[in-house]
Design a protein around this ligand. Structure first.
Ligand code: ADQ
Length: 468
């Protein structure tokens, strides 16, 4: 890389999306605002240690609306333009039609298409070139997630002077599953371009360690490192956390308490309010919990006059066929439950397929006696941690899938196997009938764990490991 192309940022974050979104103000002019989201909040305190921070990603807008690089809240934002065609191949196709379902254990069948992978490679190259141009000599570069798995290797070829970290937010699958990928070597070599590979859980890190050796691409360099091209690659778990204090503080807000009370009143003051909050994604097990709830009502183990469920489903990836059919399945189940058990003015399930504000979500966490988090597979699951952080009085019960990364830290939740519907039903009944003393003991222990492993600590420990 010629010296003139070397940039000035000492920390470069590379993620699929920039941490901003375009909104229209009252006068009809559009402006960029910071998007709500954990990653930017997690990184903010750590970024203060760096002289010059750049963040690369797609704006979420079409190419013609893509601005040049600009400064926003102390960060140099560098938009990476993508055409509609590239979005389709890279994002809807290879990222969400191949890697997402495969890495989540084939809950939906992944599709393998060569033209998707070619688009994925092209987009990864554009990100790598933009990162190479932005980074100062010897800078740290932190690449995020499955959409950009080839970037570390491509970037190292362009800029061997950089220290490159990569964090995977979703699970890393077993050898047998991963090896189905026609491009398994290229994708693995992409990750091995990093100096530090971070995963959500120790089992994800172990899966990668085993894979790289099984493919004959790297050798063992101790329990948490590999040797690749005469260079160590650290392979470790860094379980992501939430901004605990933001949730805890906001939970004391009077407006939020009022809203939580009025939500319960609007539901008809049921004894038990159950809540699910998820992206509308087939990995999240929304259908399982609705089926379990329906059977419990039918068997009279729960009574429609005593229990209400709220299911918030954030619209997601609605151009991908599997998501369209999941939406139909979920909405049919909601209709069946309300048809069978609701009364005029009192549906049993309240289903909202929209993005909610932070305040509204928090009020729901505050209003809910039982939180249902039942993914078939999940890298971590932040919703479980957000619920726990919002429960200031140490009341409330979390029903949590064993297959969420969060289960490693929230051992006092009622852990369930989402493939075992009878087990899920028993856990829901146990949650609804748990004594306040037992609920408090469990919640207190979970709150300690969520507070100890927060988002800021997560980012700081990853960057510290990358630096050293
Ligand atoms: P996700 O699959 O998106 O994240 P999750 O960790 O639960 O899953 O995060 C979802 C976030 O969206 C939460 O902060 C939640 O509050 C918010 N949210 C959900 N529904 C919403 C709605 N209707 N309105 C507004 N906000 C809503 C991926 C991985 C996870 C991993 C995270 C972080 O799949 O396993 O925990 O990245 O690494």
């Amino acid at each position: 890389m010629p010296a003139s192309r070397v940039g000035q940022a000492n920390l470069v974050v590379v993620a699929n999306r920039l941490p901003i979104m375009r909104v229209d103000d009252e006068t009809g002019n559009s402006k960029w605002v910071t998007s709500p989201g954990g990653l930017v909040a997690a990184l903010m305190p750590a970024m203060a240690d760096f002289d010059g921070v750049a963040w690369l990603g797609w704006t979420g807008e079409q190419t013609e609306y893509t601005p040049d690089a600009f400064d926003h809240e102390g960060i140099r934002l560098i938009p990476v333009p993508l055409t509609d065609d590239e979005r389709e191949l890279h994002y809807d196709g290879m990222s969400n039609g191949t890697l997402w379902p495969l890495y989540h254990g084939k809950i939906e069948p992944p599709e393998f298409h060569r033209h998707w992978f070619e688009g994925y490679r092209r987009v990864n190259r554009r990100f790598a070139e933009a990162a190479a141009a932005a980074a100062a000599p010897g800078a740290l570069v932190w690449v995020h997630d499955y959409q950009l798995q080839l970037v570390p290797g491509m970037l190292r070829a362009l800029r061997p002077d950089l220290r490159i970290g990569y964090f995977l937010h979703i699970p890393f699958p077993s050898l047998e599953l991963y090896c189905q990928l026609p491009w398994r070597n290229e994708l693995t070599l992409g990750m091995l371009g990093a100096d530090l590979l971070g995963f959500q859980a120790p089992s994800d890190a172990a899966n990668f360690h085993q894979l790289a050796r099984a493919l004959g691409l790297a050798t063992r360099f101790g329990p948490s490192a590999l040797e690749f091209q005469d260079r160590p690659v650290q392979v470790r778990a860094f379980p992501i956390g939430i901004d605990y204090h933001r949730y805890e503080q906001a939970a004391t807000d009077h407006d939020i308490l009022d809203r939580a009370r009025s939500l319960r009143a609007q539901l008809g003051q049921p004894q038990i309010v159950m809540l699910g909050v998820d992206r509308l994604d087939y990995t999240k097990g929304i259908d399982v919990r609705l089926r379990a709830f329906k059977e419990l009502l039918a068997e009279d183990r729960l009574h429609p006059s005593q229990v209400s469920m709220i299911q918030i489903a954030e619209p997601s990836r609605d151009k991908v066929e599997a998501y369209v059919s999941l939406r139909e399945r979920v909405e049919r189940l909601v209709g069946e439950i309300n048809g069978d058990f609701g009364r005029v003015g009192y549906p049993v399930v309240h289903y909202i397929h929209r993005t909610q504000s932070f305040q509204e979500l928090l009020a729901m966490y505050r209003a809910a006696d039982v939180m249902l988090v039942t993914p078939f597979r999940d890298g971590m699951n932040l919703v479980a941690k957000e619920y726990v952080a919002s429960r200031l009085e140490e009341s409330g019960v979390l029903v949590l899938s064993e297959f969420a990364g969060a289960a490693h830290q929230l051992k006092e939740a009622l852990l369930v196997n989402p493939f075992d519907i009878d087990g899920v039903k028993s856990a829901i009944v146990a949650a609804a009938t748990m004594s306040p003393e037992e609920a408090r003991r469990r919640m207190r222990s979970m709150r300690r764990s969520v507070a100890r492993h927060d988002a800021v600590g997560w980012a700081a420990s990853f960057l510290e490991a990358l630096r050293s």
